[in-house]
Each structure stands twice: as structure tokens, then as C-alpha cells.
Design a protein around this ligand. Structure first.
Ligand code: ASP
Ligand code: MG
Length: 424
């Protein structure tokens, strides 16, 4: 059995949905569990509905949702030429809620509203595939994927979910080759919808791959595979044929937006290879991510913009004592800030973080009760894995370097302002 995941960009138009159907048809005779995201940017649109609803703008929320509804109905009609019963249930679920007043917290409502994107896309695509002679079974993943009630970042109940996978999915495959379901969403034991964090569909697919002992998971993207740099910033970026799980975890840690970071572990635990393939060119091999160690990788370049550098120094030139270091770490934890790079000196400590203005201000204020604090904004954090001197030179030339750290594999340099220009 194979697990496929199609993201929003692969299903953002009638033509693309028809194209996805042709990709699926190439795998005739194989067992496929296919996880879809919401279409195009629908999740962003639904987030606006949630925001409007929660800030008391009920009319606006309903109007925004109405637009989403119309777009889906129109698309469904064009694709299948007949009404799809399931859609009205999904619309009603959200509309019913939007007619209420918010009494619980935002994250709860966010999940109840935003989850409809994946339900709608899969209901439409499943029906379309059935009419296009690609018989499949649609599943509401909320009957299977059980989570806690940590809304917007829900945690999987592995035991319960595994039991449901065995009870529901395995028997279904005796009668169908293709199961279509939603990524990104789940439900609590009280049947409240939950989401797993933005871009979480990759992770959903990996959960199924793990529990069904799939032979592979394929993520179908609009790029030809995983690249060693962002091609928008570095036109010379190249596709990497093969990567180890470990390398991908490292890349995600340093901020590369390759694959949802939680995706790797469920696959690694069962040594299931992850293929990243291009839906526009399905014949291309793409990238394979597996437990095979990789050799001779090109330099992998990750840039994180909008960084701040905070320097805390002892007031009286005394050494930064251990307990003060500990206090700063406590403050970071309390404010839920994870430093991206830090360095201890004799009388000062440097810490580079994502610029989340409110959090940083709170942190700086609290820290200033103990230390002298200086904050420098507009920095970019450059990380190069498998670096060589030439590439470091090329990417840092002429830039003010505020902080740098090097291990055998990885160099990180915090640069002042401006993104790096690497056209060759
Ligand atoms: N639709 C969700 C999002 O846009 C989940 C996903 O695409 O993976 O974040
Ligand atoms: Mg997406």
C-alpha cells in the first residue's frame, strides 16, 4: 500500500484536479490511501472567517464563508455535473456555528471552522474520481484520527487512532483500492474538530503510513523535489536526489520549509521511504528520503529573515554568572521563545530569535531588570549545511556579521539586514 498526499496547490483549479486524477490512474491496481489538503489558499480564507466571527463581526464571517461555499459549489458542479450530498452537511456544520456567539476561546472556533477546507476538497474530489471511473471510498478522518483538545496544535492519541485504523481502514481496503481522506484535521473524544498545525497534512499522511505499514509515502508538490536552497533567492538551486531522514530533520530545524517537521518520525520508526515528487511532471524521480546515509550533499542553504539579536550584559562588568544565564533561559521559556542561535561571553550573552514584537518586548523588559539589554532588529540568519569556504565567502561578502557559529557540518551567520543576493 502507498500513501499519497496532495497539497493545496495541486488541486487549486478544475484542470489541476483533473490532472491529479490522471496521476492517480497511473497507479491502477495498487492500494492507495490519499490525503488531501484544502484547495489552493482556502485555509487562509477560512482563517479570515474565524477571525471575523471571533471579533464579533458575524455578518462579515457569514459573508466570507458564503464566498467559500459558492466557489466550492461551482467547482463541484463543473467537475461532477451533479450535486454532492456531503457538501451541505459540511456547510451546515460551519454555518450553524457562525450563527452563535463566541463563548469559548479562539483556537477552538478556529478548528471548528478551518477544518471544513479539507472536508470540502476531499468530498468534491472523491465524487469526481468516482464519476471519472476511479472508484474510491471517502472517509471523514475525524472518525479515525483522535487527538487531545490542544486546538490548532492537537496531539495524536496513537493507541486509539491505531485501533480505529485497524477497525475501519484495513477492512475498507478489502472492497476498494482507493481511500480518500483529509489531512491536517482530527477530532477529540467529544467529537470536537481539531487541527494539527498549519501544513499538517504531510504529518497526517505519515501517521497513516506508519499505522498501515505502507511501502512508501509520496508528497506531490509543485516543485521537482527537495532543493538545496530557495530557488526564488538562489536561481542556481538544485534538486537533491536523496536525503536521509536525519538531514531533513536538520534542515527543518534550521528553518527550511521542506516538509512539516513532525512528518519524519512516524516514517523513520518504520523505515518507510518518503518521496517528494512533482505533480506537474510525475515522470521525474523527485527526491527520496530514507534511512540511507547520504554522501556528498551540495551545500544546503537556509535563510531566516526577520531575526532580532538580543544582547544582555551584566551591569557592573562582573561575569555573567550561571544563575543569571539560568534566569534568562527561564524567561525565554516563560515567553515561549526558542532562540535560533545563542552565544555566551564573559560579561554578555547573545541570543538570536524570530522577531515576534510583542514577545520580544516582554522578554526585553523582564531581562532589563537583571541586565543591560540591547536589541538589534532586521537581521537575517544564514545557515549553511555541508559548507565550504567559497560558499561562505560568496554568501557573506560585504555584509556585517553580528554573530557566527560553526560545527563540522553547519555554519550559522547572523547578518545585518537585507537578504543575501546569490545569483550564481
Ligand atoms: N490546509 C492546511 C494548510 O494550508 C494543511 C496543509 O495544507 O497541509 O495549512
Ligand atoms: Mg498546504
Amino acid at each position: 500500500m502507498k500513501i499519497f498526499k496532495f497539497g493545496g496547490a495541486s488541486i487549486n483549479s478544475i484542470e489541476r484536479i483533473q490532472h491529479v486524477a490522471r496521476i492517480i490512474q497511473r497507479y491502477k491496481g495498487e492500494k492507495l490511501l490519499i490525503v488531501f489538503s484544502a484547495m489552493g489558499k482556502v485555509t487562509n480564507e477560512l482563517e479570515k472567517v474565524a477571525t471575523a466571527f471571533y471579533s464579533g463581526n458575524q455578518a462579515e464571517a457569514l459573508a466570507l464563508f458564503y464566498q467559500i461555499k459558492e466557489t466550492h459549489l461551482e467547482l463541484a458542479l463543473q467537475l461532477t455535473k451533479q450535486p454532492i450530498n456531503e457538501l451541505s452537511n459540511i456547510f451546515t456544520e460551519v454555518e450553524w456555528l457562525l450563527h452563535d456567539k463566541p463563548v469559548r476561546d479562539y483556537d477552538y472556533y478556529y478548528d471548528q471552522i478551518v477544518c471544513s477546507g479539507e472536508l470540502l476538497s476531499t468530498a468534491i474530489i472523491s465524487e469526481y474520481l468516482n464519476t471519472a471511473n476511479c472508484k474510491n471510498q471517502w472517509l471523514d478522518v475525524r472518525d479515525i484520527l483522535r487527538t487531545d483538545d490542544n486546538f490548532r496544535e492537537a496531539n495524536i492519541d496513537w493507541d486509539f487512532t491505531h485501533q480505529k485504523v485497524t477497525e475501519i481502514i484495513s477492512p475498507l481496503f478489502e472492497n476498494t483500492d482507493i481511500i480518500i481522506t483529509q489531512g491536517f484535521i482530527g477530532a477529540t473524544d467529544e467529537n470536537e474538530s481539531t487541527t494539527l498545525g498549519r501544513e499538517g497534512s504531510d504529518y497526517s499522511a505519515a501517521i497513516f503510513a506508519n499505522m498501515l505499514n505502507a511501502e512508501s509515502q509520496t508528497i506531490w508538490k509543485d516543485v521537482e523535489g527537495v532543493m538545496n536552497a530557495d530557488p526564488k533567492l538562489f536561481p542556481a538551486a538544485q534538486i537533491i536526489d536523496a536525503l536521509s531522514y536525519l538531514e531533513v530533520i536538520e534542515m527543518a530545524y534550521y528553518g527550511a520549509q521542506v516538509i512539516h517537521p513532525k512528518t519524519i518520525k512516524p516514517l523513520q520508526n518504520k523505515a518507510i521511504p518518503l518521496l517528494v515528487k512533482c505533480f506537474l511532471h510525475p515522470d521525474l524521480p523527485g527526491t527520496i528520503i530514507s534511512n540511507q546515509p547520504t554522501h556528498q550533499l551540495p551545500p544546503i542553504i537556509v535563510i531566516k529573515e526577520k531575526q532580532v539579536l538580543m544582547q544582555v550584559s551584566s551591569r557592573d562588568f562582573s561575569f555573567v554568572e550561571d544563575d543569571l544565564v539560568a534566569k534568562l533561559h527561564t524567561l525565554l521559556l516563560e515567553n515561549k521563545i526558542r532562540p535560533n542561535l545563542s552565544q555566551n561571553g564573559a560579561i554578555s550573552l547573545l541570543c538570536c530569535m524570530d522577531d515576534q514584537p510583542e514577545k520580544i518586548e516582554k522578554l526585553a523588559l523582564a531581562a532589563s531588570e537583571l541586565f543591560d539589554v540591547q536589541v538589534e532588529k532586521d537581521c537575517s540568519l544564514l545557515t549553511i549545511r555541508h559548507y565550504n569556504e567559497a560558499i561562505i565567502q560568496q554568501l557573506t561578502e560585504g555584509r556585517e556579521q553580528l554573530l557566527s557559529q560553526k560545527t563540522k557540518q553547519t555554519i550559522q551567520v547572523l547578518l545585518k539586514a537585507l537578504s543575501i543576493n546569490g545569483d550564481d
